[in-house]
Write a protein that binds this ligand. Structure first.
Ligand code: ZN
Length: 307
């Protein structure tokens, strides 16, 4: 009963969408961590190290509420709290990491409406946020690309301010490229924030398995620091460790028993009570290998075959 509730809450809070299969074809062997999934060190947000910029764009969407100053301030507080927690985890694990949270501003405004993305405004269909279908991802991508293209007008390098429309930005990938340039770091985590705190729709991170050209980003519908940190970790390769069908070989019962407070497994606790398991540390690049016990938890179905 309790387990079911946790499962449902986790499921509601977060979906990570991916089109990638993690099945291995050959005989199972320990130490083949690289075959489990391809989220580690992929694309823009590679390993979670050194200098990272989290770039937050606040978008008013038709299906949710317009952002108020109070809502944005409290969400930025949550984002900062989430990033402080991640930095504290880095210190505990001997990693060098500095995260800067940047709030996007457009003509001194803190948010803009999705309808600004012209000539064809695209309204985000929030019902698609929990979908695993590729064509539904396409809808979210189209929306994100239009929003990115509009937001890029507010992101100019000082040297470009007089030049105007040189280097016209048309999608998320180009916006991130510009942000990487501007902030002089390779690690740019792009997050679109929607004001849907009370609606309980899932947040999602896209293209976390991608090796390009589509780059990873998050659509956040929530301001819970634990969920923000969870999605942020997805961008850097962390995998969901709560039961769902993307990873059928994971031993979820054992994961729960061994790591009850793992942030990729559960998010409705106070963030300071949560932790990172060796599995997540491996995927975000804080350890180079995964020991037999932890690998086994990701391959338990193969264990059954083996025995
Ligand atoms: Zn997740």
């Amino acid at each position: 009963m309790k387990l079911n509730n946790l499962f449902i809450v986790s499921l509601l809070l977060c979906f990570t969408l991916s089109a990638c299969s993690i099945f291995i074809n050959s005989e199972p062997k320990y130490g083949y961590q690289e075959r489990i999934a391809t989220t580690k060190n992929q694309n823009v947000c590679g390993l979670l190290k050194d200098s990272v910029v989290v770039y937050a764009i606040f978008v008013d969407v038709n299906q949710y509420h317009p952002w108020t100053v109070y809502d944005i301030e409290s969400t930025m507080d949550s984002l900062n709290k989430a990033m402080s927690w991640v930095e504290a985890q880095a210190v505990i694990n001997g990693q060098s990491l500095g995260i800067t949270s940047v709030m996007h501003k457009q003509q001194s405004k803190w948010s803009f409406h999705e309808g600004k993305a012209k000539p064809k405004p695209l309204s985000l269909n929030l019902n698609l946020l929990s979908s695993r279908k590729r064509k539904h991802h396409g809808h979210v991508d189209s929306w994100a690309n239009k929003i990115a293209a509009y937001a890029a007008r507010g992101v100019k390098k000082p040297s470009e301010s007089k030049v105007g429309t040189k280097n016209k930005i048309v999608n998320v990938e180009r916006l991130i490229a510009r942000l990487r340039d501007l902030y002089e770091t390779d690690n740019v985590a792009l997050m679109f924030f929607l004001n849907g705190y009370y609606e309980n729709n899932p947040s999602m991170s896209l293209h976390t398995y991608s090796s390009g050209p589509e780059v990873e980003y998050t659509v956040m519908t929530n301001k819970n620091p634990a969920i923000i940190a969870h999605e942020f970790l997805h961008l850097f390769g962390a995998l969901d460790l709560y039961p769902h069908d993307v990873h059928p070989t994971f031993n979820y019962a054992e994961l729960e028993e061994t790591y009850p407070d793992e942030i990729m497994r559960i998010q409705h606790k106070e963030i300071n009570r949560l932790m990172l398991s060796p599995i997540t540390k491996y995927y975000i690049g804080w350890q180079t290998s995964l020991d037999k016990e932890n690998t086994r938890m990701l391959y338990h179905l193969y264990d059954v075959i083996e025995y």
